[in-house]
Design a binder for this molecule. Structure first.
Ligand code: AMP
Ligand code: ZN
Length: 137
């Protein structure tokens, strides 16, 4: 399904031009137009899913295989020193476009970017409670 009001639907389906690195039946991979680093790219499914919760399993699997292939290609061509794969869900997590996408971010020594978090220090009881809350039986 496609949403005519969604910019990533329109880009993924070729209605709005973008710098396309790769395309197949299910995905388009484009250069991010506000890149964190040289080569920062986005994997866009051609179908509209708002976020990871909405994603069908087979598309999720294909997206990760594509991320691996693109990372290998970009590492080879850009000679980056590292690589972040980032995927944001929800405003609080930094999502600004509500069409599922995966960020491919090549990293270079001294690139000045930070993708991270402040480590917490929960008690053993808090960790145990969290474990119980999430545990997949
Ligand atoms: P997120 O914050 O995870 O939703 O990521 C959205 C990303 O899309 C940002 O990194 C933007 O720079 C990028 N972006 C938004 N519009 C465009 C566009 N028209 N072409 C390329 N990248 C875009
Ligand atoms: Zn969309």
């Amino acid at each position: 399904m496609k949403d005519d009001h969604c910019i990533f639907c329109r880009i993924a389906n070729g209605e709005i031009p973008a710098r396309t690195l790769y395309e197949d039946e299910r995905f388009r991979v484009i250069l991010d137009n506000g890149p964190a680093t040289r080569g920062h790219a986005l994997i866009l499914p051609k179908e509209h899913y708002a976020d990871i919760y909405a994603l069908p399993d087979d598309l999720a699997a294909d997206a990760m295989v594509l991320a691996r292939k693109m990372a290998g290609r970009m590492h080879e061509k850009l000679h980056c020193d590292g690589f972040n794969i980032v995927q944001n869900n929800g405003t609080v997590a930094g999502q600004t476009v509500f069409h599922f996408h995966i960020h491919l971010i090549p990293r270079y020594k001294g690139d000045g970017q930070t993708i991270g978090w402040q480590p917490g220090s929960p008690s053993a009881e808090e960790l145990d409670q969290t474990l119980q809350d999430i545990l997949v039986e």
